[in-house]
Design a protein around this ligand. Structure first.
Ligand code: ATP
Ligand code: MG
Length: 653
């Protein structure tokens, strides 16, 4: 089905084109150069970074199963923290590096200059060294979205320790598994994490987790609320006290380009989370370049990514990319709907945000609350809007474009993964027209290929659909799964030999633009017609009564696979048999008779990961009436949603 390829395209305004780092002609020229001479291209791009010892080799990559190895700039040395802080001190020491906006609008925001950032990161680095952390050691970070989270990341990078961040919403069990998984020496946490007006007792979660780890793990505690915590002398260390005494200079360690910078677990929407390993030189080059070009970041801009540092988006696009570029990056502790649904937009006005980057799940939630929350804000500072994490349905895209961006802000729909370190496909603000729901074009140096899922053969030409693979490496690519290189090879290099397999399906439309159709697992085959479940979801969400929808395939005697839809209604709508009929007819007219839903189940809530992604693998099991093997549910935001869906599955036959 290719009807989206005829959908409307929005060309960038003259003003956007004139300002942009990259216009259409430059994109074509640079992209061609990056394909013809990758070594030359990436040698030049690495000049964005300050190297201690310059590299001589650019790239040494093998995608052959059994022999996979990925190296960039391998004989160069550098320090990531020095790149993100020290090298800016002469030119922009007093410029704000981080704007911190707390959970409650009644608490004052903080502006942290590059000089202040330097002092604080050095102190944190010295505190970690006092606790015995050395180059190559692992440090788990379990913190709220407070500046100390960025200090902790950069302090690790400064001394060459490898950080692994665990989102503060995770349970003690999930935390313990990650501390043990990387054999961490230190766990950094805070007393409590305020979020949406509520407080998560982080330190007591950490206490519970540490019952299931080695006794030698030390705990560094940051004071956020001053709330009561239990204290174990000899194990627990008081960050605020130690930082006062710590020296305010720490020498950046000389790191090899291929030394690990961090380990981060994937969000777990398809299975057991994987400990993704990113290294130093290539990762930073790629994060810095994509941050500048995708968002068209210029000096003086105020850039805001609403993600949490617990996800890769927070790593690359709150901390490392922006700070490597000497940017001003906003860190937000709260949620979009607290104290009310206009918080995002009020923060944009308050700090005059120019680039705003969020997830479809947040946009859909806010869209459901009505336009007045947006319309009462000014938002005239906004220039570029971004989205990431899931396919964005055209309904939400149009709302973002019309209501938030007032039709004047290009939307960059950035497709990428924890594994890719940075954006792999996205329109660029001044170079490409945008289409609602399309990832459009590959980033420089990225060679996407569409493969036939059965034969693995490359499908050329336009107006085609299949499995999305990448032909060759880019500097931000993950290097291995922590402690399990075999799993790395098996997951990404065994299904389609010689390619990096993304796990996503994709379509290249008649214009040669790319659309992510969702996970390959989410492509269903109904009577011989293949379709992405995202397409049916988009149609459902376009109906005025529907707030959210998730669609999966299930075994169907006649059609092979049937279409099973979980539908969450708008607050003011009631489920009814008439509405079921109406939605069926609606989808038939929107897409075609082949996409007509077989089952519609009302879902008061959908199972989502902590990062807000719908866990379709669980919905698939429920649709298949297979409740015994739901797999790893530790990353679910609200496990009770699943029980409710199972309870209501029965009456669907
Ligand atoms: P796991 O790998 O553990 O199952 P996950 O894939 O959800 O978890 P992430 O790395 O957070 O972990 O997510 C990457 C995936 O998110 C991509 O493979 C893709 O399916 C989806 N995605 C991200 N951005 C976009 C986008 N702009 N459009 C469509 N899909 C996107
Ligand atoms: Mg994944």
């Amino acid at each position: 089905m290719t009807q989206e390829s005829d959908s409307k395209a929005y060309a960038p305004s003259e003003e956007t084109v004139a300002r942009a780092h990259v216009n259409a002609a430059q994109y074509d020229e640079m992209y061609a150069a990056s394909m013809q001479d990758p070594e030359g291209f990436w040698r030049q791009q690495a000049e964005r970074i300050d190297w201690i010892k310059p590299f001589t080799q650019v790239k040494d990559v093998d995608f052959t199963l059994g022999n996979v190895s990925i190296n960039w700039y391998a004989d160069g040395t550098l320090n990531v923290a020095a790149n993100c802080i020290d090298r800016h001190l002469d030119t922009r020491g007093d410029q704000t590096a981080i704007i911190w906006e707390p959970d409650s609008p009644d608490e004052a925001a903080q502006h942290i200059s590059y000089k202040q950032l330097h002092t604080r990161v050095c102190r944190m680095a010295n505190v970690l060294e006092t606790m015995g952390v050395r180059k190559g050691d692992r440090v788990v970070i379990y913190l709220p979205m407070i500046p100390e989270a960025a200090y902790a990341m950069l302090a690790c990078a400064r001394i060459g320790a490898i950080h692994s961040i665990v989102f503060a919403g995770f349970s003690p069990d999930a935390l313990a598994a990650r501390v043990n998984g990387c054999d961490a020496k230190v766990l950094i946490t805070a007393d409590e994490a305020p979020r949406g007006g509520r407080k998560t007792p982080l330190k007591s979660n950490a206490d519970a987790a540490l019952l299931h780890t080695k006794d030698t793990v030390k705990c560094l505690v940051v004071k956020r609320t001053g709330g009561q915590t239990t204290w174990i002398d000899g194990r627990d260390y008081d960050y605020n006290e130690m930082a006062l005494e710590a020296d305010d200079y720490s020498k950046p360690a000389e790191m090899n380009a291929e030394d690990p910078l961090f380990i981060l677990y994937t969000s777990g929407s398809t299975g057991q989370p994987k400990g993704v390993v990113h290294t130093t030189g290539g990762y930073l080059t790629y994060a810095a370049m994509t941050h500048e070009i995708t968002f068209d970041y210029h000096d003086g801009d105020i850039y805001w990514c609403t993600a949490d540092v617990g996800w890769v988006t927070g790593h690359s696009y709150i901390v490392y990319g922006p700070l490597a570029n000497g940017a001003t990056t906003l860190m937000f502790e709260g949620v979009p709907t607290y104290p009310d649904a206009s918080r995002f937009w009020q923060v944009c006005d308050k700090h005059k945000v120019t680039q705003f980057y969020t997830a479809p799940t947040a946009l859909r939630a806010l869209m459901g609350q009505g336009n007045e929350w947006v319309e009462k804000c000014d938002l005239s500072s906004l220039r570029t809007l971004g989205t990431v994490g899931e396919p964005i349905n055209p309904e939400a895209w149009n709302w973002y474009n019309d209501i938030v961006g007032k039709g004047k802000c290009p939307i960059v729909d950035t497709w990428w993964q924890t594994e890719t370190g940075g954006h792999l496909m996205t329109p660029l603000p001044g170079a490409h027209a945008t289409k609602p729901g399309a990832a459009m074009k590959p980033f420089f140096g990225v060679a996407p290929v569409v493969l036939d899922p059965q034969s693995g053969a490359e499908i050329t030409g336009n107006g085609v659909e299949g499995v999305l693979c990448i032909k060759d490496s880019w500097p931000g690519q993950m290097r291995t799964v922590w402690g399990d290189h075999e799993r790395f090879e098996k997951t990404y290099f065994s299904d389609y030999k010689g390619y990096y397999f993304t796990g996503d399906g994709c379509r290249r439309d008649e214009d040669g633009d790319y659309w992510i159709t969702g996970r390959v697992d989410d492509v269903i085959n109904v009577s011989g017609h293949r379709m992405g479940t995202a397409e049916v979801e988009s149609a459902l969400v376009a109906h005025a009564a529907v707030a959210e929808a998730a669609v999966v395939g299930y075994p169907h005697e006649i059609k092979g696979q049937g279409i099973y839809c979980y539908v969450t209604l708008m607050n003011d709508r009631e489920p009814s048999d008439e509405l079921v009929k109406e939605l069926r007819t609606w989808v038939r007219t929107e897409i075609g008779p082949i996409a007509s839903p077989d089952v519609i189940q009302w879902a008061p809530g959908l199972p989502k990961t902590r990062s807000g992604k719908i866990m379709r693998r669980i919905l698939r099991k429920i649709a298949e009436n297979d409740f015994g093997s739901l797999g790893d549910t530790s990353t679910l935001a609200d496990p009770s949603v699943v029980d409710d869906l199972i309870a209501n599955r029965a009456d669907k036959g």
